[in-house]
Ligand binder design. Structure first.
Ligand code: BGC
Length: 773
């Protein structure tokens, strides 16, 4: 039998927790979760229920079944009848959900309601920009709005839980799942995740329009080696606790009722079999009371990971390690009762896991009213996809906020609504792509493409010409990959040259060319890792030909990860990063292109120059031989065969107006351990248009017992300024923000000198200094 015991970290971490309670090492307190459940009443109810349950019924509660070809509704009906299922994934309409809940009430012995979960990652019916785009808003209010609308629509569809937010920090744009997260930074990710959890769940996950969250993927999935999905993760405990775990802790402190366990292994142990992670850290140290859910099929995968010999071994290890529910379960019912009966697994383990599931159902309010998200029979919407069920105004506003202006030579943007504009590119009129991956129950036909958005913006004012110009890719292998499960990419049968010729002829007739290029949505998804993050060659050929026309060239980028855009940066006069912007994407893009909205987004990930620079992230350690522009030096840490540093740094983004930032003012040059100081700057809108920007505060611990990053994001605020207006933006600083995990894995804050940097991106900053006593 394989031991899944605590590692040497455990003692270090327990020590650290002890130290954290010592006021000398005080860390910033986060607000406790606000869950309105009366836990005493809940415990009594659940204990009583557990006593009535057979072993098989308890095991049934641990099974999360995916509706699909392997488990169609008829098979699930039989499972329900025999108490063999606890929750359902992949059913998203009220009539379907109602039918299953009815079966529970009519056919099962104990009538324990099911809960229904789905990937509501950036919207349900109304699709918002992908999470990476939401993070680019750097706006907590935007995230709150997305959360509220998503929870409303999903709970109106009868759902109780979402597999979101994804708070996997990632520094590797090759990984397709960076599209689902909030980028490379721990603090930005933690803030976005925290706000989203609060907005989705509200104060009470049982409320009519609340949706319980299941934060994912615990843990460190964003650090898969080489950015290859599902790959191994190997990382120091310092990095794990300092950079990768805090967003999870923030989501749990905000009350997330669920945690989805990662598919990867961490330092050799698959997360699904990691007792240290799921029990010692999550339960014992963090006091998590909700449920842990395996990722889809992850328990079976323990055999492939090579830590379980057979299915029986896999289920025992997963359960003993702290997995409560098995998603897309195949084995629990087959093996768990038998394992208990043969004495290989204690029934207590089953009881504990089952208690967590029942607690969560109680918190969802399902024992009070199994139909709380369904309403009375006969109340289901006649048309699930009715226009009236969408929140288009919210989607349009949020999408505007997510866009990042990367370049704007000679103020080419905003475009005037006059003359002739040529709109070109494989993504300009794609309803599917603009929604991005994980677009939940969103219907592609309801999305607005760039062509449609520009058409309605220009109606009666200017001429809009359109040509596709290229397919997303000319590589048949890539197109086949993208179309494996759904016909997502429709390719034009004409030859690449014929398409380019048409595009060039169209461009020649216009005053300005807008080219919509980037990735198909399926290129930035789960299992969509890329070894090359440039634009596909078909699109590069198109841009080359468009550039040769000599017409002013605007690139509208649609993609789910940072791309390497050195060539495009040279070709384009203006570049707007729009990510996959959702149902109202086309309208929002037109709003920004024509200046009806002023872009204010900032990059949540560094954009590298080439794939060879990866990982590239702003908060790196300094090394003993740092490379700087001023002092390149041969024996410094850099590449000799390419320009160094990112093409566009973390936190970067332009506006149609300009801003200036004053020198940093500190309320005091010294900070007491239990004290507070503020760092402030005056920000002025020095241009002619109203606009918003994001003021960012970074801190550097200059000398410490271990090397500390060159800077770390510790505060940000989005500020709206009218032309000519200025505001003072202040950030509080206390010792809690300065903690780190030292060589002995103690969470400490060390006295000494700190630099404060404030600016409108991570590179162009004003400096201040203080000393921590
Ligand atoms: C993904 C999860 C997702 C689940 C259900 C898995 O393959 O890793 O993020 O929630 O599928 O869709």
């Amino acid at each position: 039998m394989k031991k899944h015991g605590a590692t040497k970290w455990l003692s270090a971490v327990s020590l650290a927790v002890t130290l954290a309670l010592n006021p000398a090492f005080a860390v910033q307190e986060t607000a406790p979760a606000v869950v309105k459940t009366d836990t005493q009443a809940r415990d009594a109810y659940v204990s009583d229920l557990l006593q009535k349950m057979t072993l098989e019924e308890k095991v049934g509660q641990l099974r999360l079944i995916t509706v699909g070809t392997e488990t169609p509704k008829e098979v699930i009906r039989e499972m329900i009848k025999h108490g063999q299922v606890g929750a359902i994934f992949n059913t998203v309409t009220r009539p379907d959900i109602r039918a299953m809940q009815d079966q529970v009430m009519q056919l099962s012995r104990l009538k324990i309601p099911l809960f229904f979960a789905y990937d509501v990652v950036h919207g349900q019916r109304t699709v918002f920009p992908i999470p990476l785009g939401l993070a680019a808003s750097w706006d907590r209010n935007v995230l709150a709005r997305v959360g509220k609308v998503s929870a409303f629509e999903a709970s109106e569809d009868g759902l109780n839980m979402t597999w979101a937010p994804m708070v996997d920090v990632s520094r590797d744009p090759r990984w397709g799942r960076v599209s689902e997260g909030f980028g490379e930074d721990t603090y930005l990710t933690a803030e976005m995740g925290r706000v989203l959890v609060k907005a989705l769940q509200g104060d009470d996950p049982a409320a009519r329009h609340a949706l319980m969250t299941s934060v994912k993927h615990f843990a460190a999935y964003g650090a898969v080696e080489g950015g290859r999905d599902y790959n191994t993760v190997d990382m120091s405990p310092q990095r794990l606790f300092q950079d990768y775990l805090p967003p999870f802790k923030a989501a749990l402190d905000a009350g997330s009722g669920g945690v989805m366990v990662a598919l990867n292994s961490l330092n050799g142990t698959p997360a699904t079999a990691d007792r240290w992670l799921l029990k010692d850290v999550l339960r014992d140290q963090w006091g998590f009371k909700g449920i842990t859910i395996s990722d889809h099929g992850a328990i079976k995968e323990l055999m492939k990971h090579g830590v379980a010999a057979d299915p029986q071994d896999a289920v025992r290890i997963a359960l003993e390690s702290g997995v409560n529910m098995s998603m897309n379960d195949e084995y629990f019912m087959q093996y768990l009762p038998q394992l208990v009966k043969s004495g290989k697994l204690s029934e207590q383990e089953i009881d504990d896991a089952c208690r967590h599931v029942l607690n969560v159902k109680y918190d969802m309010g399902l024992f009070r009213d199994a139909y709380s998200h369904l309403g009375p029979a006969g109340s289901d919407p006649q048309d699930t996809n009715a226009e009236s069920r969408l929140h288009r105004a919210d989607a349009r506003e949020v999408a505007r906020q997510s866009m990042v202006l990367l370049k704007n030579r000679l103020d080419l943007l905003p475009l005037k609504k006059q003359g002739t504009i040529a709109l070109i590119g494989p993504l300009a009129d794609s309803k599917r792509d603009i929604m991005g991956s994980w677009s939940a129950a969103g219907v592609a036909q309801q999305s607005v493409t760039v062509l449609e958005g520009m058409r309605s913006a220009l109606e009666g004012k200017a001429t809009l010409l359109y040509a596709k110009g290229a397919n997303v890719s000319n590589d048949k292998g890539i197109i086949d990959f993208l179309n494996e499960y759904e016909k997502a990419v429709i390719t034009d049968p004409r030859s690449p040259q014929a398409m380019i010729d048409e595009a060039v002829a169209t461009a020649r007739k216009a005053d300005v060319v807008v080219a919509v290029v980037g990735e198909a949505q399926g290129m930035a998804h789960e299992a969509s890792s890329r070894a090359d993050i440039t634009l596909p060659q078909s699109q590069r050929d198109l841009l080359q030909a468009l550039k040769a026309t000599g017409k002013p060239l605007v690139l509208v980028l649609m993609n789910g990860r940072p791309l390497a855009l050195v060539q495009e940066d040279q070709q384009a006069d203006a570049m707007l990063e729009t990510w996959f912007s959702g149902t109202e994407g086309g309208n929002a893009i037109a709003d920004v292109l024509f200046g009806d909205a002023n872009p204010s987004g900032k990059l949540p990930m560094s954009f590298p120059r080439s794939v060879g620079q990866i990982p590239i992230y702003f908060n790196h350690l300094n090394t003993g031989r740092p490379y700087t522009w001023e002092n390149p030096g041969k024996y410094t840490s850099h590449y000799f065969d390419a320009a160094n540093g990112p093409l566009y740094p973390f936190g970067y983004g332009l506006s149609y107006t300009t801003f200036s930032v004053s020198d940093v003012k500190l309320s005091s040059g010294t900070l007491a351990r239990d004290g507070k100081i503020t760092a402030s700057v005056d920000v002025t809108n020095t241009g002619k248009r109203d606009g918003a920007t994001v003021v960012q505060m970074y801190i550097q611990d200059v000398t410490a017992s271990i090397s500390r990053p060159v800077k770390e994001l510790k505060g940000f605020e989005k500020v709206m300024l009218k032309a000519g207006e200025h505001k003072t933006i202040s950030f509080p600083i206390d010792a809690g923000q300065l903690t780190f995990w030292n060589a002995g894995m103690q969470q400490v804050v060390e006295p000494g000198e700190f630099n404060v940097f404030i600016g409108l991106d991570s590179q162009r900053v004003k400096n201040g200094k203080f000393t921590l006593q």
